[in-house]
Design a binder for this molecule. Structure first.
Ligand SMILES: Cc1cc2nc3c(=O)[nH]c(=O)nc-3n(C[C@H](O)[C@H](O)[C@H](O)COP(=O)(O)OP(=O)(O)OC[C@H]3O[C@@H](n4cnc5c(N)ncnc54)[C@H](O)[C@@H]3O)c2cc1C
Ligand code: FES
Length: 274
């Protein structure tokens, strides 16, 4: 695995104005937000941005969101998000032409595996499919082949549009495999069960994963067992998003803690004390 972090070419963290191009519901509780800015944000795959959502002055915390795709030249960014609370519900009410600010690019993104590393497997759970789509774009651009396992609770929660946007990025032999916990679409069961099955048919040299922590712990354990390099994109409640409040600790195997917002969100799975 190369040491190259995909934030190297990123711009300095700053606050930027943005304008909403579109904000549409694409699955149950799931939205696709397309936005634009006059400046280039220099976002790299796996990094995130901290959104100010207008409408409630008492809500001072920003909302950290990853991006699924980004046109670096025009600063045209596509976000997929799930409405879980007050902030994301207000975000879902933003309409074409509405404006606000975003702080970013934040954190350290996916590391680009060396091309010689061979084939990669991307494993997402729920809305973790958004930063996984950014990883897919990164691998496609580097000419690295990969398959995707995208797991969801149920078919109604699958953002088909996101999967359709990933499809053209696949190499000829690449596959996107769906799993649902309740068996309403694709493989019936957890992503880790589908991954175990896939590992019996195909060998992989690296795994990139984002989703619920319990899922990533399972993916990391399978990778450790098979000797596969694994990167995980961690999620934590965040106060500041840039290393000032120490509320986003990730426990490390080496002892102590890393800051998810500054040292992550992407970590080597072997660094994390699960
Ligand atoms: C680096 C990073 C990238 C993220 N990328 C995405 C993304 O691409 N798409 C997406 O839908 N979501 C993403 N999230 C999660 C998103 O930030 C939270 O869902 C959002 O902040 C919730 O805000 P809220 O005001 O709607 O909910 P709140 O009212 O603040 O909380 C509602 C519920 O969500 C939980 N929650 C809130 N924030 C987080 C968090 N950061 N991690 C785990 N649970 C949380 C709370 O405990 C509570 O149960 C990301 C989080 C991080 C840290
Ligand atoms: S969110 Fe404040 S230090 Fe990470």
């Amino acid at each position: 695995m190369s040491a190259e972090r995909h934030d190297m070419a990123g711009a300095a963290v700053g606050s930027h104005d943005f304008v909403v191009i579109s904000n549409e519901q694409v699955a149950r509780d799931t939205y696709r937000l397309e936005l634009s800015s006059h400046v280039s944000w220099g976002l790299m795959p796996g990094q995130f941005m901290n959104f100010e959502v207008p409408g409630d002055g008492s809500h001072i915390l920003r909302i950290p969101l990853s991006f699924a795709s980004c046109d670096l030249r025009s600063s045209h960014v596509v976000i997929y998000y799930v409405t879980v609370g007050e902030g994301t519900r207000r975000l879902s009410a933003m309409r074409h032409g509405d404006t606000s600010t975003v702080v970013g690019p934040c954190g350290k993104g996916w590391r680009l595996p060396e091309k010689e590393a061979g084939r990669c497997l991307l494993v997402s759970g729920g809305i973790g499919s958004a930063p996984i789509a950014a990883a897919a774009g990164m691998l496609a651009q580097a000419g690295i082949s990969y398959d995707v396992i995208a797991g969801f609770q149920t078919a109604a929660r699958i953002p088909q549009r996101l999967l359709d946007e990933m499809e053209p990025l696949l190499a000829d032999d690449g596959r996107i495999l769906i799993s649902t916990d309740d068996g309403t679409q694709g493989f019936a069961g957890f992503t880790t069960q589908l991954m175990e099955q896939l590992l019996g048919e195909q060998s992989y040299d690296c795994v990139l994963t984002c989703g619920p922590e319990v899922m990533m712990r399972g993916v990391a354990a399978l990778c450790a067992r098979e000797g596969i390099a694994c990167q995980v994109s961690m999620e934590r409640m965040m106060g500041c998003g840039f290393g000032a409040c120490s509320c986003c600790n990730v426990p490390l195997v080496a002892g102590g803690y890393a800051l998810c917002c500054q040292d992550g969100p992407v970590f080597d799975a072997t660094e994390v004390a699960w």
